[in-house]
Design a protein around this ligand. Structure first.
Ligand code: DCP
Length: 230
């Protein structure tokens, strides 16, 4: 009996090492994903992966994020191809901790941003097809599985206000309509579940709350996020 117990414990810790409890934090641009991640940085059993935005700003010296906003028709495909690669690398990173917390995922890149660029005609259908073929191949052949999605739900007005306030140089030209449309796409994907497949369970946080009080909202969901309810 004891041996069986030990074997089970070993097996479960081995599977945790192979596939840690993987959580993606999703939400509109300006929804507060970075603040959320910072809260979880203090836990030793959580490996936190911020979005690789610095890589997007410097791909062999090219600021792809800036190019995409300045000339979306020309650079949306280039940018999203690189986003997909860098997100895949985040999914693949091996960790020792039992919980992996990621800012965004390969899924929001495909289901929200590529979707939006495709709808706006900024990515031609053949370009979307190529991104999609890569996406299908990679998500089937690699472990990109999510065990939980935390949706930081904001109103588009609040998200836009925060974007204006932080004044990121690349985002200066982003219009409110873009943020509103991205909000609707996130809603369709994570709330209404009418857009693409969403296999992971979703928990929804009120991310309109101000930084000064949002810690309480985080704490409410912490046991679930840290997988302490098992
Ligand atoms: N972006 C994009 N395509 C993607 C991912 C991101 O065009 N597949 C852009 C949108 C933003 C920037 O990259 O201009 C960063 O967006 P995020 O929403 O991922 O990150 P934020 O830093 O805005 O998150 P938050 O404000 O919630 O902390």
């Amino acid at each position: 009996n004891l041996i069986t117990k030990m074997a089970n414990t070993l097996a479960s810790s081995k599977s945790e090492l192979c596939h840690p409890f993987t959580v993606a934090v999703e939400g509109n641009v300006g929804s507060g994903k970075t603040t959320f991640l910072n809260h979880f940085n203090k836990y030793e059993n959580v490996a936190v992966f911020a979005e690789p935005i610095e890589l997007w700003r410097d791909c062999d010296g090219y600021n792809l994020l800036d190019l995409m906003y300045k000339d979306p028709k020309k650079y949306s495909f280039t940018f999203q191809s690189y986003v997909q690669l860098t997100m895949l690398r985040q999914h693949q990173k091996k960790i020792q901790q039992p919980v992996k917390l990621m800012e965004r995922s390969i899924y929001s890149a495909r289901y929200c941003f590529v979707e939006k660029m495709s709808r706006d005609g900024l990515m031609a259908p053949p370009a979307v097809a190529v991104i999609d073929q890569w996406f299908q191949y990679v998500t089937k052949s690699q472990d990109t599985n999510l065990d939980l999605i935390v949706y930081l739900r904001t109103s588009p007005e609040v998200a836009y206000e925060r974007i204006l306030k932080r004044n990121r140089s690349e985002e200066r030209t982003v219009p409110f309509e873009y943020i509103k449309a991205l909000h609707e796409i996130h809603e369709d994907w994570l709330m209404k579940k009418t857009l693409h497949k969403c296999n992971a369970p979703v928990i929804v946080l009120n991310a309109n709350l101000d930084k000064s009080v949002i810690e309480e909202e985080y704490q409410k969901y912490e046991p679930h996020i840290l997988n302490l309810n098992k």
